[in-house]
Ligand binder design. Structure first.
Ligand code: GA4
Length: 329
């Protein structure tokens, strides 16, 4: 176990509080039982790269159980949590995000969705709590099923066949998907820094295909709209939020945009979020889906493997535009 010293508050990004747009009425809401869902999903991905999912079929009990277990974990003494860190990238992390100097007002657990049980890093986490392990497992299985359905509806909406062209990448046994539990502790000192917001997780796009997020009822998530303004996403602990990731932007030749998002810390309330990042297998080629371009030359990106993209992402800072290196010149 290596325990790194923690950065002091002045090392965190404090941003001038500006009145963000509230998306309460504007945010696209997809009802998975609606026969028109496939078309609504495509429109939401084109316009926002982001949408909320209701009537998703994931039992609320799974969501609540995992939240309870995660709260218990983050409530452990620091030395206990540090036994599962530092993240490499999997494991427990606090304040530092990724390997290149990004920091945030956050602590987290990053898990691999395939080898959850055997990984060294997960032993100190789950070794003593069979309940935590099974809560993670049942939650991930249910959310994955929902993610497959969303991707199949997306293929239907894009009128591409077979309808599993996207979902098969996440269904694959070798899928490189991962799972993250984020805890944003309240920061009471913020009150004294009048008119400033503290960054919990800095602005970035997710590298994967899609990310499926669920949080408790504390706000903090913001997405960047097309007009370059930040919009606050009202929390809803019974629903899920789906982000378009960079790989899906490439597969749709830029028709869907990966959404820039960030999380602000709160002065009084803890925010807890759980995110499934759906990724292809490492050796999978990422390229524009042939049905979405007439000729290969029309593709805006050169072909690359998920492994190449991931390696390049881990050399970048959070806010970097990672797809730039893969655009055709
Ligand atoms: C953003 C999305 C996921 O949380 C993540 C993050 C990863 C990490 O925290 O280790 C990265 C970040 C994320 C993008 C750029 C690199 C890698 C931190 C970072 C600076 C797990 C992922 O896959 O990419």
């Amino acid at each position: 176990m290596v325990v790194l010293s923690q950065p002091a508050l002045e090392h965190f990004s404090l941003i001038k509080a500006c009145k963000p747009t509230s998306l309460s009425c504007g945010i696209p809401v997809i009802d998975l039982t609606d026969p028109e869902a496939k078309n609504h999903i495509v429109r939401a991905c084109e316009e926002y790269g982001f949408f909320k999912v209701v009537n998703h079929g994931v039992p609320l009990e799974f969501m609540a159980k995992l939240e309870t277990e995660a709260v218990k974990f983050f409530g452990l003494p620091q030395f206990e949590k540090d036994k599962a860190g530092p993240p490499d990238p999997f494991g427990y992390g606090s304040k530092r995000i990724g390997p290149n100097g990004d920091v945030g007002w956050i602590e987290y657990l990053l898990l691999n969705t395939n080898n959850r049980v055997t990984s060294n890093k997960t032993l100190p986490i789950f070794g003593h709590s069979q309940i935590f392990r099974s809560a993670v497992d049942e939650y991930i299985s249910a959310v994955k099923k929902m993610a497959f359905e969303v991707l199949e509806l997306m293929a239907d909406g894009l009128r591409i066949q077979p309808r599993n062209v996207l979902s098969r990448l996440l269904k694959d046994d070798k899928s490189d998907s991962c799972f993250r539990l984020n805890h944003y502790p309240p920061c009471p000192e913020l009150q004294a820094l009048n008119g400033r917001n503290l960054i919990g997780f800095g602005e970035h796009t997710d590298p994967q295909i899609i990310s499926v997020l669920r949080s408790n009822n504390t706000s903090g998530l913001q997405i960047l709209l097309r007009d370059e303004t930040w919009a606050t996403v009202p929390p809803d602990h019974t629903s899920f939020f789906v982000n378009v990731g960079d790989a899906l932007q490439v597969m749709t030749n830029g028709r869907f945009k990966s959404v820039k998002h960030r999380v602000l810390a709160d002065t009084k309330k803890s925010r807890l979020s759980m995110i499934y990042f759906g990724a292809p297998p490492l050796n999978e080629k990422i390229a524009t889906l042939p049905k979405l371009v007439e000729k290969e030359e029309e593709s805006l990106y050169r072909e690359f493997t998920w492994c190449e993209y991931k390696k390049s992402a881990y050399k970048s800072r959070l806010a970097d535009y990672r797809l730039g290196l893969f655009e055709k010149t």
